[in-house]
Design a protein around this ligand. Structure first.
Ligand code: CTP
Length: 429
């Protein structure tokens, strides 16, 4: 229907980007569902007017009033969104007019101008993402492959279109690794060299990725960088992805001193193990805690700054800013708290992610064990009686009440009733 609407206006319509890639990679015997489509409108004999994509999206919304329409004025793109639609389920369609991008300076947000489909494909990240499938007549279903994307799909190569690509958009470094790991592809050697070059010239200077201390260069870039980090860290194969990013030197895009040494690697694996055992339902965003562990490796003053520049959620920024203080405090206090009730008193002011962060960074096995036991058992233990029971026993409500309940809870935790945890050994890591 979108193609018909385009044909009526004398335009071509193309499916581009990940949709074409995933169709070509799909098993021909299995049905393919694409929930996220990128469409590009182009003129027939000359470039379409810059507003063509938006006009097409409006015409589709008139036919499907249930779809939500978002228009992004600056880039003249439109998004149509069906959410839990009875016929279409969930579907997201981005529609743009074929365009060329100019980067006024490295890592800036691009400026755009209407252009041809070839130029539109040339501005994209990798050859495998620069294929287009024509949806309109004549020659509907023709595959446009100007840059050898099909060959790279067959030979499983992530190959960039031009040498400046990573300098213009450093998030592509993270995308290259993400696609390589997800698809089981290899980053083509020259592309890997372009990444290393971009890392050494752009990221290490911190100008492009995060801005010089205190100065945010391109906030939209950090949002995209955070989105890429999230994709990478929430995927099941985050370990090989992080390893590859580190081998390419790309972690220095987050901070010039960040490196994946053996100790950091151990901390990441431990927090991953703890999270999977403690929080299998993913109540906490696991990717965020992995990122916290990564950033906690930085010098205390740098952690909060990088977290802020990446626009991480507020709780993450607070955690990273206060971590060294909490860690110091707990390192001193935990050895003086041999009883479970004392550990509970000590740890209850902190939330689970903070305690996990402190635990995996601690070099003391006994501290990790205390925190693990607190998280998995002691924090859930309740006193055998509550306020109602005390009233029934004839106690009068007052300050004494609270003291009795606290004492009861401590006695339960410390095994004074014979079934507590005191002195019990148990492994956490
Ligand atoms: N793109 C790009 N440079 C970027 C981001 C995106 O060139 N930094 C282009 C690519 O052509 C990509 C398309 O925009 O295919 C859509 O981007 P996105 O939706 O982020 O990725 P997909 O390729 O669709 O991959 P995924 O399956 O992960 O969504």
């Amino acid at each position: 229907i979108a193609a018909q609407q385009a044909e009526q206006r004398g335009w071509h319509l193309y499916l581009v980007g990940g949709g074409v890639r995933d169709l070509l990679l799909a098993d021909p015997d299995q049905p393919v569902t694409l929930n996220d489509l990128d469409l590009v409108v182009d003129g027939f004999h000359q470039s379409a007017d810059v507003g063509a994509g938006v006009e097409l999206a409006r015409s589709l919304q008139a036919l499907y009033p249930h779809a939500r329409l978002d228009i992004h004025g600056k880039f003249q793109t439109a998004a149509l969104l069906w959410h839990n639609d009875p016929d279409l389920d969930s579907l997201w369609i981005d529609i743009a007019t074929a365009r060329t991008e100019f980067y006024p300076y490295p890592a800036a947000n691009p400026e755009v101008e209407a252009s041809s489909i070839r130029q539109d494909l040339y501005r994209r990240d990798f050859t495998i993402n620069a294929l287009a499938l024509r949806l309109t007549q004549p020659r509907a279903n023709e595959l446009l492959d100007f840059f050898g994307g099909l060959l790279d799909l067959r030979s499983k190569q992530i190959c960039v279109l031009h040498s400046n690509s990573f300098i213009e958009d450093p998030t592509r470094i993270f995308r290259a690794v993400r696609f390589a790991v997800r698809l089981g592809f290899e980053i083509e050697p020259q592309t890997a060299d372009f990444i290393r070059y971009a890392v050494s010239t752009t990221c290490r200077a911190r100008d492009a990725c995060l801005g010089e201390s205190g100065r945010v260069v391109a906030p939209a870039l950090q949002t995209r960088l955070k989105a890429e980090l999230k994709y990478i860290l929430q995927a099941p194969d985050w370990k090989p992805a992080l390893k590859q990013l580190s081998d390419l030197g790309a972690l220095s895009c987050l901070h010039p001193t960040l490196a994946l040494d053996a100790e950091l690697w151990q901390q990441l694996r431990l927090v991953d193990r703890w999270l999977r055992r403690f929080d299998p339902q993913q109540m906490f965003p696991h990717w965020q805690l992995l990122l916290d562990v990564l950033l906690a490796r930085l010098a205390p003053l740098e952690r909060g700054f990088v977290a802020q520049t990446l626009q991480l959620p507020k709780d993450s920024i607070t955690r990273l800013t206060t971590l060294s203080q909490v860690q110091e405090q707990l390192t001193e206090a935990l050895p003086k708290a041999p009883r479970p009730s004392q550990v509970v008193q000590l740890l209850k002011p902190y939330d689970v992610p903070m305690l996990m962060l402190v635990a995996v960074r601690s070099s003391e096995r006994s501290h990790r064990q205390q925190i693990w036991k607190y998280l998995t058992r002691w924090s859930q233990i309740k006193a055998p009686l509550d306020g109602h029971d005390l009233k029934r026993l004839g106690y009068k409500q007052g300050r004494q009440f609270k003291q009795i309940l606290e004492r009861l809870l401590a006695a339960t935790l410390d095994g004074e009733f014979g079934d507590g945890e005191f002195g019990e050994r148990g492994g956490s890591d």
